[in-house]
Design a binder for this molecule. Structure first.
Ligand code: GLC
Length: 436
């Protein structure tokens, strides 16, 4: 049995670790310039200039039921969408700001429709909420703020009151966790309280202290007991969240305990819709990223950045379809699975997962081998083996590779699976082993 001791946290992460695969959605005004969700900061765009997006935001093709259908088909079990990103624009009807979708041509609460649609498809629903806010008048200017290089930036920032902004966040989090029913995940983003990159003394990064994170998190827990909260307020909560890189082993906390973690990744190099960004990952890479994550005990939160008209661009749809095609047949090597117990060592070119109850072992063939997959250490442990995608038996020999050639391996504990020369028609074939 793969019995890993995982650090206990305030929220209930049992369902989360079982489900393994979720959809991240980055959608806001930045889908209009369509050149990164940080465009306002990258290009130091003024309020006045950024306002044209507010005036013209009209997602006439927004149909979150369609998104939800595609997420479900891709095998995603939960979803996290931006209710507000760093630009400060609210995708929900907040009583604490006018800077919200209901005041644009969109004219309605987009979060409400999102919640209803994904819930109807049976997915668990989460909210991303940006701690950073480049619109709020009380948010002090710092080294990543769009106004950082204005000649009068220091002066402009001087009167800003971070306490008022922290209160604004508590008010909005109260709205989000009160008005939309049960919310499963709250994903705050992010803390940057190192002063390393600050060009000016008066600028400071922000972290748990500035967000008044203790209060913020306590409030969220009071409103939605059991909710899962990430660590990006600067306080360790339920979720460790490596971003845009592939961890190679189970994430640990500072004391070396295994934790519940979720890698967040993009189909291409940006979170918000970026028309001209061309580094779209191949279908094979996408599938491998999911497996590479689950085989070391993690979850994958894969992002889509919808267009400003409210639909998923064809490249995102293709990427989701790649998951759908593979997950349709291979999902049970992912759900309820985790890192295989230490007694199993992945042979060259493979990855392993194992069911939580220890009864099945999954072997993912990243490199499709010629005729035999040799797996030392497995002899005597197999009850039955088959390809997962079609449930067809895989024959195997124990103690030796069944071949007359000189030098064919033999070892007491060896299992040699006999594979068809032609790779099955699936991006990553999986051998399902029923263990004794
Ligand atoms: C980063 C970025 C942001 C994105 C997030 C997702 O912190 O600031 O744009 O939303 O990562 O993990």
């Amino acid at each position: 049995m793969p019995s890993f001791e995982i650090r206990k946290t305030p929220g209930d992460t049992t369902w989360f670790r079982h489900d393994r695969f979720g959809m991240f959605i980055h959608w806001g005004l930045y889908s209009m310039p369509a050149r990164h969700e940080w465009v306002k900061s990258h290009e130091k765009i003024s309020e006045e200039h950024y306002d044209k997006y507010f005036k013209h935001f009209d997602p006439d093709m927004y149909d979150p039921r369609e998104w939800a259908r595609q997420a479900k088909a891709a095998g995603m079990k939960y979803v996290v969408m931006t209710t507000k990103h760093h630009e400060g624009f609210c995708m929900f009807d907040s009583a604490y700001t006018d800077y919200k979708c209901t005041n644009t041509p969109a004219g309605r609460d987009l979060i409400r429709e999102y919640v209803d649609a994904f819930r109807a498809e049976g997915l668990r629903v989460g909210f991303y909420y940006s701690l950073i806010d480049w619109h709020h008048p009380e948010f002090p200017i710092d080294h990543i703020h769009p106004r950082r290089d204005d000649p009068d930036a220091e002066q402009k920032s001087a009167g800003r009151d971070m306490h008022k902004y922290a209160e604004y966040m508590r008010n909005q989090v109260t709205e989000l966790l009160t008005n939309y029913g049960k919310i499963d995940i709250l994903w705050f983003d992010f803390s940057y309280d190192t002063d390393a990159n600050n060009p000016h003394k008066w600028m400071r990064g922000k972290g748990a202290k500035e967000w008044e994170a203790e209060e913020l998190v306590a409030l969220a827990r009071k409103l939605q007991p059991g909710i899962i909260i990430d660590n990006r307020t600067g306080l360790e909560q339920d979720l460790w969240t490596p971003e845009q890189y592939q961890p190679l082993e189970w994430i640990k906390d500072k004391d070396g305990n295994l934790v519940t973690w979720e890698a967040c990744q993009t189909f291409s190099g940006s979170w918000g819709y970026y028309r001209d960004e061309m580094t779209w990952k191949s279908p094979e890479m996408l599938i491998q990223m999911l497996i590479n994550t689950v085989c070391i005990g993690g979850n994958l939160l894969m992002n889509v950045g919808p267009t400003s008209r409210g639909y998923l661009d064809y490249r995102a749809e293709n990427a989701l379809a790649a998951y759908a095609g593979w997950m349709k047949y291979n999902a049970r090597s992912i759900y309820g699975c985790t890192q295989a117990s230490d007694e199993f060592k992945a042979p060259r070119g493979t990855r392993l997962t194992q069911t939580e109850d220890g009864k099945r072992l999954y072997i993912f063939l990243f490199e499709y081998p010629f005729e035999f997959l040799q797996f030392p250490g497995l002899a005597g442990k197999i009850e039955y083996a088959q390809f997962l995608q079609d449930g067809s038996e895989i024959l195997y020999d124990e103690h030796k590779v069944n071949h007359f050639s000189e030098g064919a391996s033999s070892a007491e504990d060896l299992v040699a699976f006999r594979l068809p020369v032609v790779k099955p028609n699936t991006l990553v074939p999986v051998i399902e082993v029923f263990l004794k």
